[in-house]
Design a protein. Structure first.
Length: 164
């Protein structure tokens, strides 16, 4: 059941959506900036164990948690608004959604299909499992961000609901 935009709840949701999306997008950009140097290092030194600073790991985990918090808060409680109708703008957002996940796919491919098979010595099982789960968590956060952009793009493409 759609919220009445004139109600208090409707106004709060309209205000909450851009705030959640803005924080989500900022965390996604910061996560990219945090992880990209490590990605470059992995790609340029395939098969060599890469050191991971504790600060980089903690930053990445915190940013992924912020992204997940924003995503699930919005998904469970705040409807996606259609501030205007525009097929071109909607398509651009859906394109941005796909582009935002390119890095996630490239990171996954570089690590699991190129880097790990070339390692001379695999890390201990516990450490390897922790790293794999960490990478999967980062990929899931990126996936959820791409879904959010796609939902907004679809809402804009379809436009606001009209009264009959």
């Amino acid at each position: 059941m759609p919220l009445d935009p004139a109600s208090k709840t409707g106004k709060r949701c309209r205000a909450a959506y851009p705030l959640l999306l803005g924080i989500h997008a900022l965390a996604a950009v910061l996560l990219f900036l945090t992880i990209f140097p490590l990605f470059q290092q992995i790609v340029s030194q395939i098969g060599r164990a890469q050191p991971l600073d504790t600060s980089t790991a903690v930053t990445a985990i915190v940013l992924a948690l912020v992204m997940q918090t924003c995503y699930w808060a919005r998904y469970l409680r705040v409807p996606v608004p259609a501030p205007f109708r525009g097929a071109f703008a909607g398509h651009l957002l859906m394109f941005a959604s796909r582009v935002s996940f390119f890095f996630g796919g490239a990171l996954f491919a570089a690590i699991f299909f190129r880097h790990v098979p070339q390692l001379d010595v695999l890390p201990p099982v516990g450490q390897g499992l922790a790293k794999a789960l960490g990478v999967m968590g980062l990929l899931f956060a990126a996936f959820c961000f791409s879904l959010e952009l796609e939902r907004l793009g679809r809402a804009i493409e379809e436009g606001p609901a009209r009264d009959s």
